[in-house]
Design a protein around this ligand. Structure first.
Ligand SMILES: NC(=O)c1ccc[n+]([C@@H]2O[C@H](COP(=O)([O-])OP(=O)(O)OC[C@H]3O[C@@H](n4cnc5c(N)ncnc54)[C@H](O)[C@@H]3O)[C@@H](O)[C@H]2O)c1
Length: 432
């Protein structure tokens, strides 16, 4: 089928490349001219394992192409995926301006029946809103469907190609059948529901996962008081099939471009519907508090933060991505520099992005050992596998006393680290 994907970010580029990989003719559109120019030259704008290979292969096979003009490529499309950003507004609601702009552009340029797919994460009711915007300009027949995306950054290609489920929210059988045809090559569970239910599935899924994280973080905080180890507790809980081991990893809280904004958006949807979603409010509050625990622990162990050399390993909001949106690491660094700390930092992929948004007080290093040199405290803020494998004996020898090691992701062995001379502090790993 001929498919146009509007918005060539983490979701749009992965979706476009993977739709080409499963045999469709895909064109990725973006208003960011630099991004499209780079893609046409074979340069991939984001770090995502395996993506570069798929893009290169599909471009070579001529199934994947790029454009800055939706108008130029719209005619050829049978299906138009909308994958533009829906960032969080100041009031916590989803900002729909980009989705609305694309809907208007489609309305102004569409000439025949097409299925318009909301792949962006959007509040319940957006399918109808997009329909209304297009219908304002175009009087012919078209359908809007909701097809939320569940890929995770860091394993996006794999997740797109092998999804747990494909959710299709359609208001007509015709649109539903077109979507089933699009995904026909992917032999995974497909569920067809109403547009509103599909929109809700996405928010409810992310809110549930965020709840699991905040829950285990609360358990971790109690573990610190009662001298239990949350890693053992989570293992014991996760072996229960009804609970499962995933998203039971205590740490410095969830971040990224999705969880914080989607949890807030669902809270706002509830509020504007006249419903008080108490549980979700607590999830948000716990997550904010969890990041600040690192600061509290450092204050306790260093007496004061001002002028102290502190190294933060990791800037990305999680491992295997260069995405720093709503990253706990970035938040912690900002708070520490605000308190006058001298921060040194290293991240294998996300440093360039972080440099653009950080003010003074932060030194970026290309080598993790260089970053730890002379630091009195080290915070492991992202669970990059290479941070687990560092030579911590060497790190200990490079650092200055009192060699505090705050393992914000619980990736290290407390006893091993203590033997090497660190004052090790994990999250929920017992009393200090
Ligand atoms: N990133 C994720 O892991 C993930 C996972 C699932 C769902 N989502 C959802 O998918 C959507 C996209 O997220 P993302 O992370 O890919 O965003 P992104 O910010 O990486 O990419 C969005 C792209 O849209 C482009 N754009 C904006 N307006 C445009 C227009 N009028 N025409 C063409 N292009 C335009 C931007 O230039 C940008 O390149 C969001 O709603 C997000 O919540 C994201």
């Amino acid at each position: 089928m001929n498919i146009v994907v509007v918005g060539t970010g983490y979701v749009g580029l992965v979706a476009g490349a993977c739709l080409a990989k499963i045999g469709h003719q895909a064109t990725c559109v973006d208003i960011d001219e630099e991004k499209i120019k780079n893609l046409k030259e074979g340069k991939i704008p984001i770090y995502e394992p395996g993506l570069s290979e798929v893009v290169k292969k599909e471009v070579a096979s001529k199934r994947l192409s790029f454009s800055t003009s939706l108008k130029d490529v719209l005619d050829q499309a049978e299906v138009v995926f909308v994958a533009v950003g829906t960032p969080m507004r100041r009031d916590g609601k989803a900002d729909l301006q980009y989705v609305e702009a694309v809907a208007k552009e489609i309305g102004q340029n569409i000439k025949d029946y097409k299925v318009i797919v909301n792949k962006s994460t959007v509040p319940v009711g957006t399918g109808k809103e997009v329909t209304d915007i297009i219908a304002k300009y175009y009087k012919g027949s078209f359908d809007v469907v909701s097809n939320p995306e569940f890929l995770r950054e860091g394993s996006a290609v794999e997740d797109f190609m092998k999804p747990d489920r494909i959710v299709i929210g359609a208001g007509s059988n015709k649109a539903r059948d077109v979507m089933l045809e699009v995904y026909e090559p992917l032999d995974y569970k497909k569920i067809t529901v109403s547009i509103e239910s599909a929109e809700m599935i996405k928010y409810a899924s992310n809110a549930f996962l965020a709840t699991k994280i905040s829950f285990i973080n609360e358990v971790a905080n109690i573990c610190d008081i009662v001298d239990a180890d949350v890693e053992d507790v989570a293992r014991g809980m996760g072996l229960d099939n009804r609970i499962g081991p995933k998203f039971l990893k205590a740490g410095i809280g969830y971040g990224g471009s999705c969880f914080p904004k989607d949890v807030n958006a669902l809270n706002q949807i509830a509020g504007t519907s006249g419903y008080d979603f108490k549980l979700l409010k607590a999830v948000i509050e716990v997550n904010i508090k969890q990041r600040l625990l690192v600061i509290d622990k450092l204050e306790e162990l260093l007496d004061q933060i001002k002028d102290q050399p502190i190294c933060v390993l990791g800037l990305a909001f999680k491992a295997n991505t260069d995405d720093i949106r709503e990253s706990a690491a970035v938040d912690i660094i900002r708070t520490l520099t605000g308190l006058g700390a001298n921060i040194s930092t290293y991240d294998p992929e996300a440093a360039e992005q972080a440099k653009e948004i950080m003010n003074g007080g932060v030194k970026f290093f290309d080598d993790p050992y260089e970053a730890t040199k002379d630091a009195k405290a080290l915070v492991v803020a992202t669970e990059w596998p290479e941070f687990k494998k560092l030579d911590y004996k060497k790190v200990a020898s490079l650092m200055a006393n009192p060699k505090i090691l705050i393992d914000g992701r619980n990736i290290l062995e407390p006893e091993e680290m203590r033997k090497l001379g660190f004052k090790y502090v994990g999250v929920g790993r017992g009393k200090l």
